[in-house]
Design a protein around this ligand. Structure first.
Ligand SMILES: NC(=O)c1ccc[n+]([C@@H]2O[C@H](COP(=O)([O-])OP(=O)(O)OC[C@H]3O[C@@H](n4cnc5c(N)ncnc54)[C@H](OP(=O)(O)O)[C@@H]3O)[C@@H](O)[C@H]2O)c1
Length: 297
């Protein structure tokens, strides 16, 4: 296993640049995936209240035998729990399901474009639990520059991370530049383009894993397209949270023994289509998402 770089957040908290994502990992598979990952050397896990598997993440941590304090546990508050009281209670729910005393990194899952006041209230509640020492760092996800600006007008703590869709087909260079200016870590979701092949998302989707430019680079290094993309994130200073429930792929995704040349990095950058594959953060949130109840612990 290669040494994975450590990144330092704007409040001094550190985390390994690569973590295991567990979106769409069925609860019954999640615990085993987390255990496999931790035994393989991962020390960063990314879940969310809305994934319905926080409890199994906690079980996987215990089963791995890896000391809790070595692991960065990241989770997200779902939009139905936005608003001061609801968000404070959501922190209790997440903490209890994960089975931890302190959450390492707690972020808002989405901005609510139609209800931005509630988004702000939720973030101010995160500031409260941060001040109380119940979380080590706070941040956001799927925020655009406009959302970050609106948040900055009404909050005190600069988000430690913004977790956003980011893979070779959607690179968001302008947003990344704003993050760099403001000390916000860019964290890539769908870092190997998972969203480009989600089932049921349209017939004309091309998986970035099959991209000919990428597979050309892959061949010269004797590694997989996923490994090339993950190395691209690491060399550009991002955090990335690839998801897998397959033990071999979990291990492969942290086993990076390559260095990409400046030319190779530029060729991958050149695949950017400028079009997101996932949901528009400014969309009107459908009622089934807005009203979805996150169960009690
Ligand atoms: N904040 C948000 O709104 C948001 C949205 C989406 C995702 N996320 C986070 O980001 C994480 C990753 O995103 P993602 O799950 O959408 O996409 P991803 O990590 O880019 O891709 C995951 C997909 O790739 C497959 N895979 C994994 N390793 C592979 C390899 N080495 N070779 C070939 N295929 C491989 C996985 O299948 P197998 O499991 O079968 O290996 C899965 O189908 C999520 O799990 C979640 O934690 C956050």
């Amino acid at each position: 296993m290669t040494e994975i770089p450590t990144l330092t957040l704007n409040n001094g908290v550190t985390l390994p640049a690569l973590g295991l994502g567990v979106y769409q990992s069925a609860p019954e598979e999640t615990s085993a995936a987390v255990e496999t990952a931790l035994r393989a050397g991962y020390r960063h896990l990314d879940t969310a209240a809305a994934y319905g598997n926080e409890r199994e993440v906690g079980q996987g941590i215990v089963a791995s035998g890896v000391p809790r304090e070595e692991i960065v546990v990241e989770t997200k508050i779902w939009v139905s729990d936005y608003g001061r009281e609801r968000t404070l209670h959501a922190v209790d729910k997440a903490t209890a399901k994960l089975g931890v005393d302190v959450i390492d990194l707690l972020i808002l899952h989405q901005p609510l474009a139609d209800h931005f006041d509630r988004t702000i209230e939720a973030y101010l509640a995160l500031e409260e639990v941060y001040a109380a020492g119940r979380v080590r760092a706070i941040g956001v996800s799927n925020f655009t520059v406009t959302h970050l600006d609106r948040l900055a007008e009404r909050s005190t703590v600069v988000p430690a991370v913004n977790q956003v869709e980011l893979h070779p087909y959607f690179r968001q260079p302008e947003l990344q530049a704003v993050h760099a200016e403001r000390g916000i870590l860019t964290q890539a979701w769908s870092p190997i383009g998972g969203i480009t092949f989600y089932p049921g998302w349209g017939e004309d989707r091309r998986s970035v894993l099959d991209d000919p430019e990428l597979t050309g680079i892959t061949a010269s290094h004797g590694v997989s397209p996923a490994q090339v993309m993950l190395q691209w994130h690491l060399q550009q200073g991002r955090s990335a949270i690839p998801k897998s429930t397959n033990p071999d792929r979990i291990r492969q995704n942290i086993d990076l023994h390559l260095t990409l040349s400046a030319d190779e990095l530029a060729r991958i950058d050149g695949l950017d289509t400028g079009r997101r594959t996932g949901p528009d953060p400014d969309r009107h949130m459908p009622p089934e998402m807005l009203d979805r109840v996150i169960p009690e612990a």
